[in-house]
Design a protein around this ligand. Sequence first.
Ligand code: PMP
Length: 425
Amino acid sequence: QNPVPLSALSADQLAAFLTEQRAAYDALKARDLKLDLTRGKPASSQLDLSDALLTLPTSTTDAAGVDVRNYGGLEGIREIREMFADLLWVEPEQVVAGGNSSLVMMREVLVDLWLKGGVDSERPWGQEEKVTFICPVPGYDRHFTLLEWFGIDMITVPMNDDGPDAEAVARLVASDPSIKGIWIVPTYANPSGSIVSQEIAARLASMPTAAPDFKIFWDNAYAFHHLTEDEAKSADILSLAAAAGHPHRPIMFASTSKITYAGAGVAFLAGSVETVKWYTGHLGKGAIGPDKLNQLRHAQFFGSAQGVRDHMVKHREIIAPKFAEVERVLSERLGGLEVATWTKPTGGYFVSLDVLDGTASRVVQLAKEAGIALTPAGSSFPKGDDPRDRNIRLAPTFPAPAAVTEAMDAVATCVLLAAAEHLSA
Ligand code: PMP
């Protein structure tokens, strides 16, 4: 028989349901679980896939004959730039290969914009009266905390299945010169799994902006992280922007953090050739060169762009079953009750769970008291403020499959109890 939506229950039925859920929750607590679904980290079995890195490189010169043990080469070694240019649909001279973190590159770009202004700025951003960013929500918490650290104002727009609400974005940027940028995770977004469509990308690349130096921070952290054989292709934002007469608008970021080692991969920045020069020019004031040995190690490990794609299939085989388990448990436990909706991502690292308005913090609290750590409610919103208190980000990659099942079952129990409490109140 089909489950009845909770909101359709009579007062007596709801009271009985609440009693049931309280008992289920007490039983859950008594199990003394210790589970963690907070961060999108690769499981150790995923890290193991790249352990051949530990015996590489087998030589110490790159394709250009440069000794990678020495100083120099701020933009990174030629072969890794070529490989990722191919993967990211850009030209090698538009790519910088850096250290182990793309988030660090994002911070560096913001610092440079703040202190010096961009290639198309009238003055450093720090000398503007006010700087504002558009933040599609739900989004990546670290993007928002980084802006908050600068004192940059944040305006939210909805993140839809096909990308940010482009109508809303275009309206905002057209009239407000303080709006200098937008964050976008174009492929398998954190946490919604959304994929920015070609149409939305073209609109963002071409829309008129009141600020002459408006930037799209195109954070393609999950570009190759497919969960199905239907591999989404990211829109070619650099070409779209160049064709629309705004070549310096997008700055793209990516890394191998969830391809090889999260803590010892290679990060990439891509943009117009002028943007690359601008970035390395500022970088050079505090750096003599990146870890080229790690870059060469990665180039040899992958062998080619196809080698990266092949490697991602091995990741998929490990993590896709965990995502399938999230889907199975949530639909078995919550389906038809109309107390939650959740995403069914085809890539990336997250499932975005929306519970009844006003109950997300309660769900996270209940889970915590039962030994299941979830990201704080609201963390996918600027300043942690989810105005509807309904969104919870689930990260199923790190725990073992059995732990994912257990954790999702526990989360479902907490969602049901919080919903029953809320509707009974
Ligand atoms: N961007 C997004 C959208 C992410 O989800 C993450 C990792 N959680 C990062 C960037 C961090 O990337 P990196 O390891 O290259 O600093």
